[in-house]
Write a protein that binds this ligand. Structure first.
Ligand SMILES: *[C@@H]1O[C@H](CO)[C@@H](O)[C@H](O)[C@H]1NC(C)=O
Ligand SMILES: *[C@@H]1O[C@H](CO)[C@@H](O)[C@H](O)[C@H]1NC(C)=O
Ligand SMILES: *[C@@H]1O[C@H](CO)[C@@H](O)[C@H](O)[C@H]1NC(C)=O
Ligand SMILES: *[C@@H]1O[C@H](CO)[C@@H](O)[C@H](O)[C@H]1NC(C)=O
Ligand SMILES: *[C@@H]1O[C@H](CO)[C@@H](O)[C@H](O)[C@H]1NC(C)=O
Ligand SMILES: *[C@@H]1O[C@H](CO)[C@@H](O)[C@H](O)[C@H]1NC(C)=O
Length: 689
């Protein structure tokens, strides 16, 4: 522990080697983390060492009907056959086709068609490993190589798995409609892939997606056949204590590191405004969305009392464009009020890699239409997105097949994000405690290119002798906003860093961002969910010391986005590669001194027993064993090594565009400033989206 402290004091970044880390016994996730709650932690058996990493995977969308060489029009299900063959294909009934389709390319006519088509238009037919930027779903070949790779590289390298839904194909093919039983079957198939890949001793936390139900998007309050079925399908993942809650609402919590870290799996469909069977989150109502919020409030409060940290996870991101207004407000309220307990927010659904903020000002400006109407119009956007003429693709984002249309929507999203980032107050005017960041991950389905994400988090103090010093202990009772109180103390002010080069933008929307405008009357029922009203009734828990605000035990340190480029190269199996990471270059290497002269060899030894590297070294691009050879001194002059070294350095530079020291809120805000302050950065951000 002494050495850890030294490292902390010296401000060294990650310097560990995985091998050294595993020498130290650490409490890892249990076989079944939930059934040991009665056993005092000191008596629990020692388990696999924590690796300080977890996986976020989302939107797999397997499609067993996918056929290489099929046309896009058929949803990649059928080739253009000769006339007689075609009728037959259309008679294909869904139930019959519920199996992996082994039809091979067997007649010359088809080959002819495929060839011609390709000659004319390039990649116009379904590719062997999936088809990027098409509306087709994920072929089994892609599902297989994804899980094969996860098994090979990550099985023993992650502590738990966040899995945010949509494990069935879309309803894009009218001649091959989905059925309930097919959806369950596909979900079971992915569950067995998960178990085959990771075994049963890594906690896996699935959540339900809008395409995991039939018809898509619409889900009524449970208990129902649906919730019972998923309780069954996810039997291994749902703690028995939560079975009843799950039957009612398909949400639950999972203690992925007992007594330390929990993942809450939310059912976002009760909040999703495309779900016409529910009616939002009205306070004191019995809407399933409101009951889920009540439950979440209690969960957060309990975890907070136990000094634990929590990841909130689910399918549809908490964005005003997708949630019922009052659900969005209540989510934002909980996210802000329990910010000392929530380490982060992980969602899927969009198939676009991005992050955004929920902040107090935005919540204040969310119009709440009451009485709530089921026929919500999309005009209930904040001023940021209210201009419908600049959102041409908004309606099509919610297409009838349950798919998020992202091709046009992506542009809209980019504009919205840019505006949002630009409009943030600067310097001391920005209050950190008013912000939370929401992460939306890229999908496995190749809407663009297939993606999965590996996060790392700080595991200091989680070793054999748990050192409480490393943990944030919620000590404040929380604060209630007094009537005249605009701001509280210095706790959460944001200080600009030297490395943030932006033109200072003063409040560009006077009256909006800075609350000079009189606040809405809290006595009116329609305003009761507005932050300034809630903060008067309920405590807001914040602290600069909490893991979402400063780097300490359980803080998210960064993530690595993996992807499958070159999907369309038919000849070879595509390889999962690093698209980018959030880290600084030195954080990826065992030796911070390597390359930039900052390091000190004798200090570097210190942190090794604690934090493994965010990515196993051999996964880095252009990695070569000889680069980390202990005897490198003797071969330093070797021109070949030098060449490799410079290639490696270049590759590292390419995958570290954001250079974030961790994923705490101050660094997210810093990143958003850099993005809008530098055109190259913004272009890069868009490209990665
Ligand atoms: C497939 O055949 C249909 C009808 O014969 C035709 O309309 C369509 O353009 C063809 N599509 C491709 C991709 O060749
Ligand atoms: C995918 O893997 C499963 C199980 O290993 C296998 O049965 C199936 O044939 C594979 N499918 C493809 C298209 O590779
Ligand atoms: C709305 O957006 C359109 C297109 O971007 C623009 O021409 C128009 O001026 C905007 N209207 C308002 C009120 O901002
Ligand atoms: C704050 O918490 C402490 C300890 O939990 C308690 O003794 C004290 O009464 C609380 N103060 C308020 C104002 O609630
Ligand atoms: C983890 O948090 C501790 C403080 O608890 C800090 O000293 C250390 O540098 C952090 N580790 C990493 C890898 O950032
Ligand atoms: C490296 O650190 C050690 C111990 O802290 C110190 O004695 C030494 O002078 C440092 N070397 C350099 C080059 O800074």
């Amino acid at each position: 522990m002494r050495s850890i402290l030294l490292a902390g004091v010296l401000g060294l970044a990650i310097t560990a080697s995985a091998a050294a880390a595993s020498d130290q016994a650490v409490f890892g996730p249990s076989l079944s983390p939930y059934d040991s709650s009665d056993i005092p932690s000191s008596l629990r058996p020692k388990r696999r060492p924590l690796k300080g990493r977890f996986l976020h995977i989302t939107d797999i969308h397997p499609d067993p009907h996918y056929k290489t060489g099929a046309t896009f029009e058929s949803g990649c299900h059928r080739k253009n056959k000769s006339k007689k063959g075609k009728g037959k294909a259309l008679e294909h009934v869904a139930e019959q086709a519920e199996r992996i389709d082994e039809d091979e390319v067997d007649d010359d006519d088809e080959m002819e068609v495929e060839k011609k088509k390709k000659d004319k238009n390039g990649v116009d037919l379904a590719g062997e490993w999936g088809t990027a930027v098409s509306k087709c779903d994920t072929p089994m070949s892609l599902v297989n190589i994804t899980f094969d790779w996860l098994k090979k590289e990550w099985k023993d390298e992650v502590d738990f798995i966040v899995w945010t839904g949509d494990n069935a194909r879309h309803d894009i093919d009218r001649s091959l409609p989905r059925s309930t039983s097919e959806i369950y079957k596909l979900n079971r198939m992915i569950v067995s892939k998960m178990l085959d890949t990771f075994g049963t001793d890594i906690p896996i936390v699935p959540s339900i997606g809008n395409n995991d139900i039939w018809p898509h998007n619409v889900m009524a309050a449970g208990p129902s056949k649906l919730t019972e079925e998923f309780l069954h399908i996810w039997g291994k993942f749902i703690p028995p204590d939560f079975a009843h809650v799950f039957e009612r609402g398909a949400y639950y919590s999972s203690e992925v590191i007992p007594d330390r870290l929990a993942v809450i799996s939310l059912n976002t469909l009760f909040w999703y405004d495309s779900n016409t069977l529910v009616d939002g989150c009205g306070d004191h109502s019995n809407d399933p969305g409101a009951l889920e919020m009540d439950w979440l409030d209690v969960q957060l409060s309990n975890f907070r009392d136990r000094g634990m940290q929590v990841w909130l996870t689910g399918h549809v991101p908490p964005h005003m464009g997708y949630y019922y207004d009052n659900c969005y407000l209540r989510y934002g309220d909980l996210a802000l009020r329990y910010q000392d307990t929530i380490v982060g927010h992980l969602f899927g659904h969009m198939n676009i890699d991005h992050f955004f903020f929920i902040d107090v000002d935005e919540l204040e400006s969310t119009p709440v239409a009451r009485p709530k109407s089921k026929a919500r119009s999309k005009k209930n956007f904040s001023p940021l997105t209210a201009n419908l003429s600049s959102l041409p693709s908004l309606e099509t984002r919610f297409s009838s097949d349950g798919r998020v249309i992202t091709f046009g929507g992506g542009d809209t999203l980019k504009e919205e994000l840019k505006k949002d980032f630009q409009d943030m107050p600067s310097g001391k005017n920005l209050k950190l405690k008013d912000y939370v960041a929401i992460n939306v991950a890229a999908s496995v389905i190749p809407t663009y290119l297939p993606g999965v994400r590996v996060f790392s988090y700080n595991i200091s103090g989680l070793g054999d002798e748990r050192n409480e010093d490393y943990f944030y202990q919620p000590h404040h009772n929380g604060s209630l906003l007094e009537d005249d109180e605009e701001e509280l103390g210095d706790e959460a002010e944001y200080e600009e860093d030297d490395d943030v080069e932006i033109t200072k933008k003063k409040d560009r929307r006077p009256g909006h961002r800075h609350g000079k405008k009189p606040k809405d009357d809290c006595n009116k029922v329609e305003n009761e969910d507005k932050p300034h009203c809630v903060f008067k009734r309920k405590p807001r828990y914040y602290s600069k010391q909490s893991p979402s605000r400063s780097n300490r035990a359980l803080s998210p340190l960064g993530y690595t986005q993996f992807y499958l480029p070159r999907l369309s190269k038919q000849s070879e199996t595509p390889n999962w590669e690093i698209e980018y990471t959030t880290y600084k270059k030195d954080m990826l290497l065992p030796n911070p001194g390597n390359g930039n002269g900052n390091g000190n060899e004798s200090q570097i030894q210190t942190d090794q027993s604690v934090q493994p590297l965010p990515i196993p070294l051999h996964l880095l691009p252009e990695f070569d064993d000889s680069l980390f050879d202990d005897n490198s001194e003797t071969v330093k002059g070797d021109a070949e090594i030098q060449k490799k070294k410079s290639k490696f350095e270049k590759a590292l530079k390419r995958i570290t565009p954001w250079k974030m020291s961790d994923l705490t809120i101050p660094n997210y805000i810093k990143l958003s400033r850099k993005l809008v302050g530098d055109k190259d950065m913004w272009d890069k951000f868009q490209e990665l989206m």
